[in-house]
Ligand binder design. Structure first.
Ligand code: UDP
Ligand code: MG
Length: 309
């Protein structure tokens, strides 16, 4: 008998908790046939609604249900990490509570594991039902990441992924504070099989990510898996030195040939503005990395538990 741990990060998902479980155990015949035992870890990420109560109710009916409750909202990354840390299974899968990650794919995912892969991951090939600006920026993020990071981060990849124990242990050994799991999956390596499916819209409730939250998350991703932005300031420094050199020559020649040393105040102001703007930009990049390093060296826990069932 092998054990499958299902990790479900939940933030204000009271109306989805039970539906998710029902949908999941539609796979019961498959689990029985292949002697797979189940444990479902709901990670309540500081929900303000009755998510934890719903899970407790579910647990009274079915003891395979477990609950980890955070003391406040720590974010989905922290919830996934807590789940991975507490999962006892030989196989572990992470799924959203809103059924955007269809549990019906599980048999196909197991097929991949039995073929010899260490993990089976999913990616959306469409972004149907998502605001177009969000899709546009998401695509741009993946394109930029592809260029500036050595770690493979796949466009449209979900966190919905079935993993073997070895891979889960590898992920848990990465205890960084600024977590970007999509990058961590790529970083640890292992043989991964990709399944594709069309985007499914959220069952009930609202998405927990607004544009700003996603933007900050993308910055986390960039600073966690690339140091190329730090190089930008050096490159710009060199370029501007070259430019200044050319302009010095130009000014000297103009003085000697045309005798015109004083014109050019407006252009001077423009240049000063431009250069100081770029300096601020570069100091800002530096600051981003410094801030991340600061949070990292503090070694704060990634999450705080309030209750564990
Ligand atoms: N989630 C979480 N903590 C948060 C935000 C989201 O645990 O701070 C969970 C949420 O309950 C859901 C999953 O992460 O199960 C994905 O969130 P959501 O569906 O809102 O994101 P989307 O699918 O729109 O990207
Ligand atoms: Mg969702």
């Amino acid at each position: 008998m092998s054990l499958l741990s299902v990790i479900v990060p939940c933030y204000n998902e009271e109306e989805n908790v039970a539906c998710f479980f029902e949908e999941l155990i539609k796979n019961q015949p498959f689990f029985d046939e292949h002697e797979i035992a189940l444990e479902v870890l709901y990670v309540d990420d500081g929900s303000m609604d009755k998510t934890a109560d719903e899970v407790r109710k579910l647990r009274e009916r079915d003891e395979r249900v477990h609950l980890l409750s955070f003391s406040r909202n720590f974010g989905k990354e922290a919830a996934m990490y807590a789940g991975l840390e507490h999962a006892k299974g030989d196989y572990v899968v992470i799924m959203d509570a809103d059924l955007q990650d269809p549990p019906a794919l599980l048999p196909e995912m197991f097929q991949g594991i039995w073929e010899g892969y260490d993990s089976v991951a999913t990616r959306r090939v469409t972004r149907k039902g998502e605001p177009p600006i969000r899709s546009f920026f998401a695509r741009m993020f993946y394109r930029i990441m592809k260029r500036i990071s050595k770690t493979e981060i796949v466009d449209g990849a979900r966190d919905y992924r079935l993993m073997t124990r070895a891979m889960v242990d590898a992920i848990c050994s990465m205890q960084e504070y600024n977590r970007f799991t999509k990058g961590i999956f790529g970083w640890v390596g292992f043989r991964t099989k990709w399944l594709e499916y069309e985007n499914i819209e959220r069952l009930r409730g609202e998405t927990k990510w607004n544009f700003w939250k996603l933007f900050l998350y993308s910055l986390d991703g960039i600073t966690a898996f690339s140091t190329v932005p730090l190089m930008i300031s050096s490159v710009m420094g060199v370029l501007f030195c070259l430019l200044a050199f050319v302009m010095i020559i130009f000014t000297i020649v103009r003085k000697l040939v045309f005798g015109d040393p004083v014109s050019g105040w407006p252009s001077l102001v423009c240049i000063i503005l431009c250069v100081s703007g770029i300096q601020f930009f570069c100091v800002g990049i530096l600051g981003q990395y410094l801030a991340k390093t600061y949070m990292e060296v503090k070694k704060r826990p990634i999450y705080v538990l309030r209750e564990k069932l």
